[in-house]
Design a protein around this ligand. Structure first.
Ligand code: T46
Length: 137
Protein backbone atom coordinates (compact mmCIF):
# COMPACT_ATOMS: atom_id res chain seq x y z
CA UNK A 1 0.00 0.00 0.00
CA UNK A 2 1.46 3.34 -1.10
CA UNK A 3 0.87 5.64 1.82
CA UNK A 4 0.95 3.18 4.68
CA UNK A 5 3.83 0.97 5.75
CA UNK A 6 5.54 -0.61 8.73
CA UNK A 7 8.70 1.07 10.00
CA UNK A 8 11.16 -1.00 12.05
CA UNK A 9 13.12 1.20 14.43
CA UNK A 10 16.62 0.29 15.47
CA UNK A 11 16.56 -0.94 19.09
CA UNK A 12 19.77 -0.65 21.04
CA UNK A 13 20.36 -3.30 23.67
CA UNK A 14 22.71 -2.36 26.47
CA UNK A 15 24.27 -3.82 29.60
CA UNK A 16 21.32 -2.69 31.76
CA UNK A 17 18.99 -5.05 29.91
CA UNK A 18 16.07 -3.83 27.84
CA UNK A 19 16.25 -1.62 24.80
CA UNK A 20 16.57 1.99 23.76
CA UNK A 21 14.87 3.36 20.65
CA UNK A 22 15.76 6.85 19.40
CA UNK A 23 13.28 8.86 17.32
CA UNK A 24 14.88 11.58 15.19
CA UNK A 25 13.04 13.72 12.69
CA UNK A 26 14.19 13.47 9.11
CA UNK A 27 16.42 10.53 10.04
CA UNK A 28 14.21 7.60 11.03
CA UNK A 29 11.02 9.74 10.88
CA UNK A 30 10.40 10.89 7.29
CA UNK A 31 9.23 14.42 8.24
CA UNK A 32 9.67 17.35 10.65
CA UNK A 33 7.95 16.43 13.91
CA UNK A 34 5.41 19.06 15.01
CA UNK A 35 3.25 17.10 17.44
CA UNK A 36 3.33 14.01 19.62
CA UNK A 37 0.23 12.68 21.35
CA UNK A 38 -0.75 9.42 22.99
CA UNK A 39 -3.80 7.45 24.06
CA UNK A 40 -4.12 4.98 26.91
CA UNK A 41 -6.82 3.33 29.00
CA UNK A 42 -8.97 2.58 25.92
CA UNK A 43 -11.56 -0.15 26.55
CA UNK A 44 -11.04 -3.32 24.46
CA UNK A 45 -14.47 -3.04 22.82
CA UNK A 46 -13.86 0.50 21.53
CA UNK A 47 -12.82 1.46 18.00
CA UNK A 48 -10.85 4.70 17.61
CA UNK A 49 -9.79 6.44 14.46
CA UNK A 50 -12.45 5.83 11.79
CA UNK A 51 -11.17 8.71 9.68
CA UNK A 52 -8.55 9.70 7.13
CA UNK A 53 -6.48 12.86 6.92
CA UNK A 54 -6.40 15.17 3.94
CA UNK A 55 -2.71 16.09 4.38
CA UNK A 56 -1.31 14.82 7.68
CA UNK A 57 1.51 12.25 7.88
CA UNK A 58 1.80 10.26 11.10
CA UNK A 59 3.62 7.34 12.69
CA UNK A 60 1.82 5.20 15.26
CA UNK A 61 3.77 3.27 17.87
CA UNK A 62 2.46 0.93 20.54
CA UNK A 63 4.77 1.60 23.49
CA UNK A 64 3.02 -0.88 25.78
CA UNK A 65 0.38 -3.57 25.32
CA UNK A 66 -1.07 -4.26 21.88
CA UNK A 67 -3.62 -2.95 19.40
CA UNK A 68 -4.81 -3.82 15.91
CA UNK A 69 -4.83 -1.20 13.16
CA UNK A 70 -6.78 -1.47 9.92
CA UNK A 71 -5.72 0.79 7.05
CA UNK A 72 -7.61 1.28 3.78
CA UNK A 73 -6.44 3.51 0.92
CA UNK A 74 -9.56 3.12 -1.21
CA UNK A 75 -8.17 0.01 -2.93
CA UNK A 76 -6.28 -2.16 -0.54
CA UNK A 77 -6.94 -2.95 3.11
CA UNK A 78 -4.32 -4.18 5.53
CA UNK A 79 -4.52 -5.15 9.18
CA UNK A 80 -1.45 -4.70 11.37
CA UNK A 81 -1.00 -6.09 14.86
CA UNK A 82 1.06 -3.53 16.76
CA UNK A 83 2.59 -5.21 19.78
CA UNK A 84 6.26 -4.27 19.62
CA UNK A 85 7.55 -0.82 20.71
CA UNK A 86 10.28 -0.96 18.07
CA UNK A 87 7.71 -1.22 15.27
CA UNK A 88 5.70 1.72 13.93
CA UNK A 89 3.13 2.28 11.20
CA UNK A 90 3.52 5.20 8.86
CA UNK A 91 0.03 6.43 7.92
CA UNK A 92 0.05 9.17 5.32
CA UNK A 93 -2.75 11.26 3.91
CA UNK A 94 -5.90 9.66 2.47
CA UNK A 95 -5.65 6.42 4.42
CA UNK A 96 -8.77 5.45 6.35
CA UNK A 97 -7.59 3.96 9.65
CA UNK A 98 -9.22 2.28 12.63
CA UNK A 99 -7.63 1.10 15.89
CA UNK A 100 -9.35 -1.70 17.82
CA UNK A 101 -8.82 -4.74 20.06
CA UNK A 102 -6.91 -2.55 22.49
CA UNK A 103 -5.21 -4.50 25.24
CA UNK A 104 -6.13 -2.77 28.48
CA UNK A 105 -2.53 -1.68 29.07
CA UNK A 106 -2.07 -0.33 25.52
CA UNK A 107 -0.26 3.00 25.19
CA UNK A 108 -0.36 4.32 21.62
CA UNK A 109 1.99 7.17 20.80
CA UNK A 110 1.55 9.12 17.57
CA UNK A 111 4.16 11.34 15.93
CA UNK A 112 2.72 13.85 13.47
CA UNK A 113 4.05 16.34 10.94
CA UNK A 114 1.53 19.04 11.82
CA UNK A 115 -0.53 20.55 14.63
CA UNK A 116 -4.05 19.38 15.42
CA UNK A 117 -6.49 20.72 12.84
CA UNK A 118 -10.02 19.33 12.73
CA UNK A 119 -10.52 20.55 9.14
CA UNK A 120 -7.81 18.08 8.02
CA UNK A 121 -10.02 15.14 9.12
CA UNK A 122 -12.34 13.20 6.81
CA UNK A 123 -14.62 11.54 9.34
CA UNK A 124 -17.38 10.55 6.91
CA UNK A 125 -16.65 7.22 5.20
CA UNK A 126 -18.78 7.98 2.10
CA UNK A 127 -16.96 11.29 1.65
CA UNK A 128 -13.62 9.44 1.91
CA UNK A 129 -14.68 6.95 -0.79
CA UNK A 130 -15.83 9.68 -3.19
CA UNK A 131 -12.61 11.67 -2.62
CA UNK A 132 -10.57 8.52 -3.41
CA UNK A 133 -12.53 8.10 -6.66
CA UNK A 134 -11.97 11.78 -7.55
CA UNK A 135 -8.22 11.55 -6.95
CA UNK A 136 -7.91 8.40 -9.07
CA UNK A 137 -10.25 9.41 -11.94
C1 T46 B 1 -5.36 9.78 14.30
C2 T46 B 1 -5.41 8.68 15.28
C3 T46 B 1 -4.30 7.69 15.11
C4 T46 B 1 -6.99 17.37 20.22
O1 T46 B 1 -7.55 18.31 20.80
N1 T46 B 1 -5.67 17.45 19.88
C5 T46 B 1 -5.01 16.45 19.24
O2 T46 B 1 -3.81 16.58 18.94
C6 T46 B 1 -5.75 15.26 18.91
C7 T46 B 1 -5.07 14.11 18.18
C8 T46 B 1 -7.07 15.18 19.24
N2 T46 B 1 -7.68 16.22 19.90
C9 T46 B 1 -9.08 16.07 20.31
C10 T46 B 1 -10.09 15.90 19.19
C11 T46 B 1 -11.18 15.10 19.84
O3 T46 B 1 -12.07 15.95 20.52
O4 T46 B 1 -9.18 14.90 21.12
C12 T46 B 1 -10.44 14.26 20.88
C13 T46 B 1 -10.23 12.82 20.46
O5 T46 B 1 -9.69 12.79 19.13
P1 T46 B 1 -10.08 11.66 18.09
O6 T46 B 1 -11.49 11.25 18.29
O7 T46 B 1 -9.71 12.15 16.72
O8 T46 B 1 -9.11 10.48 18.57
P2 T46 B 1 -8.71 9.14 17.79
O9 T46 B 1 -7.95 8.30 18.74
O10 T46 B 1 -9.90 8.55 17.11
O11 T46 B 1 -7.72 9.62 16.61
C14 T46 B 1 -6.43 10.11 16.94
C15 T46 B 1 -6.10 11.36 16.11
O12 T46 B 1 -7.10 12.36 16.32
C16 T46 B 1 -6.02 11.07 14.64
O13 T46 B 1 -5.38 12.15 13.97
O14 T46 B 1 -4.93 9.61 13.17
O15 T46 B 1 -5.47 9.10 16.65
Amino acid sequence: MNNCKIIEFNKIGDEYGGYLVAIEDNLNIPFDIKRVYYTYGVKDNKIRGKHAHRNLDQILLCLNGAVKVKCFDGYEEIEIHLDDPSKGIFIGSMVWHEMYDYREDAVIMVIADDYYNESDYIRDYDEFISLCKEVNS
